[in-house]
Write a protein that binds this ligand. Structure first.
Ligand SMILES: C[S@@+](CC[C@H](N)C(=O)[O-])C[C@H]1O[C@@H](n2cnc3c(N)ncnc32)[C@H](O)[C@@H]1O
Length: 206
């Protein structure tokens, strides 16, 4: 294995770990299947992850970006349009729990990567948080809609009301995935003073 691509901070930020995992999923799913990448931003917010997905997925990709806040989607759309990749993204004013209703049936089993950034959108209404019940419903759908070798990435925060409970529910759900079909890892910092964060990365085995 060449050494250079392995060079990175020896303990990295969780956002960067998530993004590297998306790149790895893109690299392993598509050459094998020959289909265009299908990517889902389950919590679009201000669109940082949406833009990353649209750029990483390349010209042929389709990104589905969910958020329940209209203002968030407006900002996300502006960010993606400013980068010139808006035609790759469908913005959906809907909860991610509606993935099965909002995405075409043709992408069942074809999703390359789905990312969640849980919690609330900094600088906006802190009551508009993600919640365990809807997050788990989306995960249930993704369990079957993901392509072989596809990725689910869930970045969770426990510092806001309800955050610790949601994170625990997500952890229990991932713990229940069969070892024969899934590899799930979690990462977190044990010395972060505030707002503990944890990243769950799940790969569906081919
Ligand atoms: C931490 S923010 C996401 C930040 C975003 N990734 C970015 O790049 O700016 C969480 C977002 O999840 C949204 N949200 C809450 N419940 C949701 C649901 N059921 N489905 C989709 N989005 C939801 C919130 O409106 C908020 O914008």
């Amino acid at each position: 294995m060449p050494l250079l691509p392995l060079i990175m901070p020896c303990v990295d930020e969780l956002l960067r770990m998530s993004r590297r995992a998306v790149l790895a999923a893109l690299a392993s799913v598509h050459p094998a299947r020959g289909a265009a990448p299908v990517l889902v931003d389950c919590t679009a917010g201000n669109g940082h992850d949406t833009l990353f997905l649209a750029e990483a997925g390349g010209a042929s990709c389709r990104v589905w970006a969910f958020d329940i806040q209209k203002e968030a989607l407006i900002k996300a759309r502006e960010r993606v349009a400013a980068a010139g990749v808006a035609e790759r993204v469908a913005f959906l004013l809907a909860g991610h729990e509606a993935i099965a209703e909002m995405l075409p049936a043709a992408v069942q089993g074809e999703i390359t990567a789905a990312v969640f950034n849980l919690g609330f959108l900094p600088g906006s209404d802190k009551r508009q948080i993600t919640r365990a019940a809807s997050t788990l419903k989306a995960l249930e759908t993704l369990q079957t809609w993901l392509a072989p070798e596809g990725l689910i990435s869930v970045h969770s925060y426990a510092g806001h009301p309800g955050g610790a409970e949601e994170r625990a529910a997500v952890r229990r759900w991932f713990e229940g995935l069969a070892w024969s079909s899934w590899r799930v890892a979690s990462y977190g910092f044990i010395n972060k003073p505030n707002n503990p964060e944890e990243l769950f990365l799940a790969r569906k085995r081919a």
